[in-house]
Design a protein around this ligand. Structure first.
Ligand SMILES: Nc1nc2c(c(=O)[nH]1)N[C@H]1C(S)=C(S)[C@@H](COP(=O)(O)O)O[C@H]1N2
Ligand SMILES: [Mo]
Length: 454
């Protein structure tokens, strides 16, 4: 299976009843246990089974008659002795958060070896993706490579070929920066309006971490790279996928491209390229070569397998768009989103994520009426270049059907397109680089589903 070809005919077309309320419930029965997957359940739990109606409209929960036993009676944990330090050494989430998981898409053909898992965006806060929930995309499986045996080589248009051990790399001056990584095929199913049911599957091939490592330019300078004629490098991974990608030298000389070993304060996770991966801020995920073992300096693009066959955009006139490196401005509302159920009319915090491979997010607008009216959302700090940004906006739901959308603008002036605008330029036969505005329909019964507004 090639998960990045999910829209190329190998996809399991959604059944006819996929979008009916019962369809969503059946498909996402597992989600009902979740804290935020089902807002109604969360509020019901907060009310502790009391008969009082929830009145979030004014932001004031109605008092429970006779008092809420959960506040009146001291629970055991306020009087008893808690557990000692976690004996296993590495901390784990609460057992009540067991529903928070990476998942394989129901829209993808299942094969014996899964090659993509999606991050649960609907349940994440802020801008950092916990490492254990980072999406995964493996073209030939993942490995847990012994760092003492891992080597990184530089060759091509250099004065001397160099081979580094991990120890040698880790004693060099390091930098840290936040960056999002988005697979070029993120949101691919929506090109064909397959309408996978949740934001985890529409947009979950994106994650954001703090990465730490050595700027690639430092290593190239150590090897005496010809930075005048060497206009590109080829980056090669150490797994069986023959993952090689051309990176323009202009991105490298700016210092942005990092040979990284750190992710969110610790070593990379094996599934994300331990012990070494390329971090190429703003550029589609495929260029973030994992298990990085070699870069070669050259004077022209390499037209590697994953540049000449995959990760190209078929245009309406039959030609292909190649080397579409930068991920363009995009955003998505993560709550309320598909598969969630709103409890009742009243107050809700609409929240979501915005990002641009070209720079910082400047502004996010939110519509609750399918794009007729827009209101400016609050951007939460920090707002970092080529990282995820978090937005929030207040909303009082009147109980009538609503279509929730977000539209981001970056600091280069680019604005996220509607599907109509995107398709008028790119046609309908693309797989990659779908940055169109996402729509979530809130139905009168509170159930939220994935729809497209033309
Ligand atoms: N060596 C190697 N690097 C790779 C891949 C791979 O299969 N092998 N997959 C690429 C693709 S298509 C993506 S989207 C990202 C996924 O990174 P992640 O698994 O850390 O999320 O890694 C890229 N780098
Ligand atoms: Mo990818």
């Amino acid at each position: 299976m090639n998960a990045d070809n999910i829209n190329s005919g190998r996809v399991q077309k959604a059944p006819e009843n996929f979008l009916t309320p019962t369809g969503i419930k059946e498909v996402f029965a597992e989600g009902k246990k979740g804290r935020r997957d089902f807002i109604r359940n969360a509020f019901a739990a907060a009310a502790a089974g009391a008969a009082a109606p929830m009145a979030m409209a004014q932001g004031n929960p109605v008092p429970v008659e006779g008092g809420d036993p959960n506040i009146l009676n001291l629970p055991e944990h306020t009087v008893g002795l808690g557990q000692g330090v976690a004996v296993e050494g590495y901390g784990k989430p609460s057992k009540f958060e067991a529903n928070l998981q990476r998942r394989q898409s129901p829209g993808l053909t299942q094969t014996t070896q899964a090659s993509v898992s999606f991050a649960p965006l609907q349940s994440l806060f802020g801008i950092v993706t916990p490492s254990g929930l980072h999406f995964e995309r493996h073209h030939q499986g993942w490995w847990d490579i012994d760092p003492s045996k891992h080597r990184f080589m530089i060759n091509g248009m250099v004065k001397k070929n160099m081979v580094f051990t991990m120890d040698e790399i880790m004693r060099l001056p390091s930098v840290s920066r936040f960056a999002f990584i988005e697979c070029g095929a993120n949101t691919a199913t929506e090109w064909g309006n397959v309408a996978v049911p949740t934001v985890q599957y529409t947009h979950g091939m994106i994650s954001c971490s703090e990465f730490t490592g050595v700027p690639l330019i430092t290593l190239l300078q150590m090897a005496g790279a010809d930075l005048k004629n060497g206009k590109f490098v080829l980056a090669e991974g150490g797994d069986g996928s023959s993952m090689t990608r051309t990176i323009p030298m202009s991105l490298i000389t700016s210092g942005e491209v990092i040979v990284a070993y750190g992710q969110n304060g610790e070593m990379l996770r094996p599934e994300n390229g331990y012990p070494l991966r390329l971090v190429v801020p703003g550029v589609q995920g495929v260029s973030w070569v994992k298990y990085l073992r070699r870069v070669e300096v050259g004077d022209k693009p390499y037209a590697a397998k994953d540049e000449a066959i995959h990760y190209m955009d078929l245009q309406p006139d039959g030609t292909h768009r190649q080397y579409t490196n930068l991920q363009e401005v995009k955003s998505v509302v993560t709550t309320p989103s598909g598969g969630q159920v709103l409890l009742d009319k009243g107050f809700y915090n609409i929240t979501g994520l915005a990002w641009s491979g070209k720079g910082k997010i400047k502004r996010v607008d939110v519509s609750t009426d399918g794009g007729r009216n827009w209101r400016q959302a609050r951007l939460e700090t920090p707002v970092l270049s080529k990282a995820l940004s978090r937005f929030n906006i207040d909303w009082v739901w009147d109980g009538k059907p609503a279509i929730i959308q977000s539209r981001a603008r970056d600091d280069t002036g680019h604005v996220q397109p509607t599907y109509q605008q995107l398709r008028s330029v790119r046609g309908t036969r693309s797989i990659y680089h779908n940055n169109a505005i996402q729509s979530w329909l809130v139905q009168e019964n509170g159930e939220v589903k994935n729809v497209q507004v033309s």
